[in-house]
Design a protein. Sequence first.
Length: 1068
Amino acid sequence: MQSDGGLVDVDIFSGLRAILSGPAGGVVGYALTSYDPATKTPVIGFDMGGTSTDVSRYGAGRYEHVFETTTAGVTIQSPQLDINTVAAGGGSRLFFRNGLFVVGPESAGAHPGPACYRKGGPLTITDANLFLGRLLPDFFPKIFGPKENEGLDESASEQAFKELTEQINAEIRKSGGTEMSADEVAYGFIKIANETMTRPIRSLTEARGHDTSKHRLATFGGAGGQHAVAIADALGISQILVHRYSSVLSAYGMALADVVDERQEPESKVWKDNDTASIQYLKGKMEELKKKSTTTLRDQGFEEDQIVFEEYLNMRYRGTESALMVVKPTPEELEKDLGCSKSDDAFSAMGKAFVKQHDGEFGFTLPDRDIVIDDVRARGIGKTFSGLEKTVDQQLKEVKPKDLGTGERVYGRRTVYFESGRFDTAIYKLEDLQVGDRVKGPAIIADGTQTIVVTPDASALLIHTHVVINIDGGDADGKADGSVEKKGVTTKEVDPIMLSIFAHRFMAIAEQMGRALQKTSVSTNVKERLDYSCALFDSDGGLVANAPHLPVHLGSMSTCVQKQAVIWRGKLKKGDVLVSNHPMFGGTHLPDITVITPAFATVGGKEQIVFYVASRAHHADIGGILPGSMPPHSKELFQEGASIKTENGTRCLADNLNDLKAQIAANQKGINLISTLIEEYAEHVVQFYMKNIQENAELSVRNLLKDVSKRFEGRDLSSVDFMDDGSPIKLKVTIDAEKGEAVFDFTGTGPEVYGNINAPEAVTYSAIIYCLRCLISEDIPLNQGCLKPVQVIIPKKTFLSPSGTAAVVGGNVLTSQRVTDVVLKAFNACAASQGDCNNLTFGFGGNRSGEEAVKGFGYYETIAGGSGAGPTWDGTSGVHTHMTNTRITDAEVFERRYPVILREFSLRADSAGQGQHAGGNGVVRDIEFRIPVQVSILSERRVYHPYGLEGGGEAECGLNLWVRNVPKLKGSDADRSRESSSVDLTNGDKASSKEKQEEKEVRYINMGGKNTASMQAGERIIVMTPGGGGWGPAGKESASKQHERVDPKHGWRGGSIASRQAEAEASA
């Protein structure tokens, strides 16, 4: 079995292609048993196991594949079914932290397992289900305990929940709230787990333009049946399919899978609907692949009539890298979706199919751009079965439902907790039920491998292959309707369960905004490098929730929204959109453009702003004196590009406008989602929990500051570091241990600089909020509450609080990193990281006074380095650190789209600081240019080394080299040097033929930390980035146990959502 859902001969099996073979078997299982080609109702797969839950989607009668995923930190380029995993399963551990209910991502594992396994394990979701009566010990084998001969221990789960409930009530009593019962606590964790699991399902469907409520939910896995109804109800799904073999459906699916032979070859043709020659060429290439695949499948025993093919072209618009794998349409799709005749040539319609698919998935098309073919792919399928059982829809038409009477076929009874209390619940053995039997909830249907919970407002119908659960309306877990009052959600006091749920919902809104922005944007910076952030703010502009985007944006965006809210108070109306990038109004540097949209609701009969949504994206070129809008020598703000009030030019106007439209669309997505939340819970409830989420973060920071004061015995914390020009960043932190408050005083920091390392105040706030969040070991919301216990003193006229005309382009990407280092150094948290973003830009074009403007391009990237070591960990090599976590452009994409050759991209050996824990190494990036371009580098840590702490060694500084081709000097010419050449606006190479014939030699020139040069074709820049500092004396054995950390990627095994999540959390 392979990860793509197909079987393969053992002689040509590759482990690389089979990493997700188990989950893939489950997808095949539900796809072949739950989907009906006649009705075409799409199905969502929900596979809940012990440590995690896999979600997937099957629609249109074919599997959805991805071709690059990150699994356990390793990027794999191989066809895989689009399976997304969240770290919430039966074994997920339960915690009460900082007033929040937390489920996972830590797992109890098989040993010791949950508390009920009789091995002293922790509380888990399995314990919650057992304690609430949703699991039946009689149906479990006696394999538990030290000798593995005992049954489940209900008393252990009960005792653990009573202890946890007392801990929670002790906290509630402090705030004067209503105490909770053990049942309510256990059920609260079930609700949090359900909310955690619905997030990737929403992303998988809504992020691709599918309506979740129009699906069926196919549930399988050992724990799926216990949560299926609640999951479906949360997603608006009314019908659930539970296969009779649901707990072993992955194995069942493997038995049903077809043998598959994949063939794919790269291509670079431009698609034109009327270019018959090119289409015939591509058809010929496809036929060659099909012929090879047929030979392979026939060698495995398949006859010609058993082999079918799916034909694909991997297509994209020129200038983008969002390629779509487009399948050759069926005759029905030709007529229904593409406006063609059924008799038309399907292959020739693939261009139209691409345009339709692009519009559906990304929300726009680019009719003025060429369509490029990247790959030709043939998927040969050897059909294992000629026919399967009747589909679910066929069986439902034929079955005659019969409602079971009270006591009929009942195996036993048990009290089971649902949201409104405990119900006397009938228990049925699956084998005792007959086709057509309909069981009204509350009920439990079980056999030796699965337990299916039917809630009070649901019913279960038995057909030959499945248990079909229908949700009859209202709240599916025991309430007559879904109103706010019936849900028990009030604003009289904070319910810690609802607080946890709202934390998830607010975060999910920001995440979906981010996916919408990436999906609808055009530029490399946003779509591939992910240089953007999205967040949700309260009516005063305070940060409520953000997705895991760029830390440097998140704190500063709040300042921007707050200032705009004050300026426009009373003037905004529904539909207005604000745009800002000015440093004096919460901006960081000019390329970062913030789009703000107010959301209105009726409060007291009047339309009022109840919150704001905002998105900030880095635009690769916003004008200015150099391509890329990151000039290393800018002295005044106007040199760095267009502030919103001016009318300066840009080299990439079309991309700027498209990305701004994408930001507006992302904001609208956020408004739609929060409006849905308000409809569900009412405006005053949403506002109440929006406020309390901030107070929860505030409490966490206050507790942190109290602990720090105790650790440092009440002493003030202080630190200082120097920019490469000698400007000091000086910090003193004074903590009030009683109140849990702190003053961050930057008095003594250097004056405003005649250069561009000046940082708007918002940047310092971003650094502080990020550092405080990092210092709290538990997972808390990152929002405005983190700054409420903090007073920040930044003296005016320093380079951390510059004037409105000061150049600031380096403040966002350089100074922010150094402020972060200074804060972490004051808290003695870790050694210095690379302290830099290594900003590289190149391009050509622009305008000069009195000359015609020349259309050109600007490219911008940030380059990774080493992170600093800490008391219990080594630094990481080759990563972005702290204030940025953007992705580097893929090497092949980089070379294909820009006139460059990437000669080397590797770790820089021996650049890390040594010590008890070593820092991380920097990287080497060697780029050769194929045409004359203007190249600029804006970097730090080229003078002052990244320091170590507690006796750890310092890391190597960075180095920027220009590999320059100059005429070889001979004799009397030894005193002559080549005249400086410049990049002509028309990108012409003006060198004379004599000059071209001159013998050349290579000269390595140190560019310094901040410089720009006109590089000719064949010349290179080599950027060697700094490493991270070490911790503790070298040779000393670690005195503390390695801190147990959960890999953030553990919870997202693979799939399209995982790919985005892994990149976003790359430097977490």
